[in-house]
Design a binder for this molecule. Structure first.
Ligand code: PGA
Length: 242
């Protein structure tokens, strides 16, 4: 199982970042567990250089520029240089700030060009009774997959994160049956691109629901927000399914 800890902007102190990394290292030794931490960019720069543990690092986003006169941007090359090997792209909290499918596609290309793995977030804002949300998911996948070669497509990790389930509590997460259906649907859409990818679920994953969400849903792991920035919660969560 893959566990991506999306620390968002929850962690601001270097001491707290180091403590979370230390506990993640202990968990990463468990059989069948792959841990990827996504701290803020400065904290990736603090923790990733010289890292020889089994924990990998992700950036929460990168620039769609390739450098130069771009104040405030963090390029894919800079991310790779400090030790990031994954990049979360298209998170709904980035899309909410105006990021288009086109921008996300170019970020995916930059990420791949620098030998890193994109963790591509997709997810509908709400569920409607005539299942329009399925077309929405298909379009989000098409916006990225249609422009890539088969060799590039296969490298992407897809994270299904319905916006209505993000940042709440275990009881607000998707129902396991609905998750299983959606994972099947995503696999079918990816099949149209001849691609078979690892798929994560994200949205209010906590120690109390992770086992239920893992069982029979077909997910390869989880993208975890608030529960990943608490040592006890993250530890309990990983242990619950490994
Ligand atoms: P959450 O966030 O676990 O706090 O719901 C998940 C995410 O947005 O990646």
């Amino acid at each position: 199982m893959i566990f991506v800890g999306n620390w968002k902007a929850y962690i601001e102190s270097p001491q707290k970042a180091k403590a979370l990394f230390a506990s993640a290292k202990r968990l990463a030794g468990r059989k069948g567990v792959r841990i990827i931490l996504a701290p803020s960019a400065p904290h990736v720069g603090l923790l990733a250089p010289g890292n020889r543990s089994k924990v990998s690092f992700a950036l929460q986003d990168i620039s769609n520029s390739t450098g130069g006169a771009e104040t405030g941007e963090v390029t894919a090359a800079a991310a790779f240089g400090i030790g990031a090997r994954y990049v979360i792209l298209g998170h709904s909290e980035r899309r909410a700030r105006g990021e288009s499918d086109q921008i996300i596609f170019s970020k995916v290309q930059h990420t791949l060009a620098h030998g890193m793995t994109p963790v591509l977030c997709i997810g509908e804002r709400e569920r409607d009774s005539d299942a329009q949300y399925l077309q929405f998911i298909r379009a989000q996948l098409a916006a990225v997959f249609s422009g890539l070669t088969p060799q590039e497509r296969i490298k992407i990790i897809v994270a299904y994160e319905p916006i209505w389930a993000i940042g709440l509590h275990a009881s607000d997460a998707i129902a396991p049956g609905d998750l299983a259906e959606m994972i099947l649907y995503i696999r079918k859409v990816l099949g149209d691109y001849m691609s078979s990818n690892q798929i994560l679920y994200g949205g209010s994953v906590e120690p109390g629901n992770v086992r239920m969400l893992a069982a029979g849903s077909g997910v390869d792991g989880f993208l975890i927000g608030h529960a990943s920035v608490d040592v006890q919660n993250f530890t309990a969560l990983v242990k619950a399914v490994s």
